[in-house]
Design a protein around this ligand. Structure first.
Ligand code: SAH
Ligand code: SF4
Length: 346
């Protein structure tokens, strides 16, 4: 995109102003806004309530860059992984996870990721660029189609747990949540949206002040700085003390408990001493804990998933200490759609 502006970067007010500049009445801005979001039009040509003339004027003035389905893979557990193509031909992935009473979309926020956590397949792709608001939105729209196809029901939840670090694409991620939440968009409650972060303290403080109501998950995975430094580079510049302080601020401002995501790795963070460290963090911030099974990623790391008896011992230890803990089973492993396995293999 050179000097043509991505039309989905504008708020409704900004778009109305753009239309005035073009010598068009303001209400056309509202009309086009509806086509862009509510009706998720994929081209100006589709906007049949506009004159042909206006449609071609818009096409000359603005870029509209829809995401298209590239490859669809279906797991035997019903999980659908979508490989998607961006208008500049880059590829991203998203996942639709059906469950008894919910359909969850897992969306990407960046092409690749700059953070290179040692256990994550996405971290081994370099970060190419941030996704635009419209590109995040399109993933939800496409995954929603698969939810409807699979169960006759639309998406109930969205997690920003695909490729990329959402808080390093801060503005676009916030704006994507706003439009997903808006009646002009998908009208989905913020309570049903979860953003997962590797823990960027400054950005967490900033988002606490946004007055938004979505959920926040922290990819913790190790409960001391010493261990976390070894697997997550981001911990060198964002120490656990600072991250915990930012989460407390987030809780103060939003009243939302945070979820700690903790992958259990064999002989790395699965001892009862590790459990004690985790409990100590749990007492510092109002939180839930999700224990996650590690999905091995070929060629990426020496880390292995914890043995199941170790996992049970770890989880029981937490439960006996009244920790609110859930064990999250992994979905879509047979098609590399599980957490941390998104790497554009195809
Ligand atoms: N960058 C953000 C969001 C994307 S990762 C973050 O790191 O939070 C989504 C979740 O998958 C994170 O909790 C991440 O730590 C986890 N994850 C990464 N690789 C994984 C793997 N191989 N197995 C299980 N979970 C993994
Ligand atoms: Fe990036 Fe999250 Fe993967 Fe770390 S776990 S490399 S932050 S996507």
């Amino acid at each position: 995109m050179t000097d043509v502006k991505d039309i989905r970067r504008f708020t409704l007010e900004e778009l109305a102003a753009e239309f005035e500049k073009l010598g068009e009445p303001k209400f056309r801005g509202k009309q086009v806004y509806e086509w862009l979001w509510n009706k998720s039009a994929r081209s100006f040509d589709e906007m049949s309530s506009l004159s042909k003339n206006l449609r071609s004027k818009l096409a000359e003035t603005f870029a509209l860059t829809p995401v298209s389905e590239h490859i669809v893979q279906k797991s035997k557990d019903g999980t659908v992984k979508l490989g998607m193509r961006l208008a500049d031909d880059r590829l991203i992935e998203g996942v639709m996870i059906p469950d008894e009473d919910r359909n969850t979309a897992c969306v990407s926020s960046q092409v690749g990721c700059s953070l290179a956590c040692t256990f994550c397949a996405t971290g081994f792709l370099k970060r190419e660029r941030n996704l635009e608001v419209g590109e995040i939105y399109d993933q939800v729209v496409l995954l929603n189609k698969h939810a409807l196809e699979h169960s006759g029901k639309p998406l109930t939840n969205i997690v920003y747990m695909g490729m990329g670090e959402p808080l390093l694409n801060y503005t676009n991620v916030m704006n994507s949540i706003r439009i997903i939440n808006s009646p002009d968009g998908l009208n989905m409650a913020q309570k049903r949206i979860t953003v997962s972060t590797s823990g960027i303290a400054k950005a967490i403080i900033r988002l606490a002040d946004e007055g938004m109501k979505f959920n926040l998950a922290l990819s913790l995975h190790a409960a001391t700085n010493e261990k976390r430094d070894k697997i997550m580079d981001i911990n060198h510049s964002n120490k656990l003390e600072d991250v915990m302080a930012s989460l407390n601020y987030f809780y103060e401002k939003t009243g939302n408990k945070v979820t700690f995501e903790y992958i259990l790795f064999d002989k790395f963070n699965d001892s009862l001493e590790d459990a004690e460290h985790l409990i100590s963090l749990y007492h510092q911030v109002p939180a839930f804990i999700n224990i996650i099974e590690y999905n091995s990623v070929e060629g990426v790391s020496d880390l292995k998933k914890a043995k199941s008896d170790k996992r049970d011992e770890f989880v029981n230890y937490l439960r006996n200490r009244n920790v609110n803990v859930k064990v999250r089973r992994s979905r879509g492993k047979d098609i590399d759609a599980a957490c941390g396995q998104l790497a554009n293999k195809n």
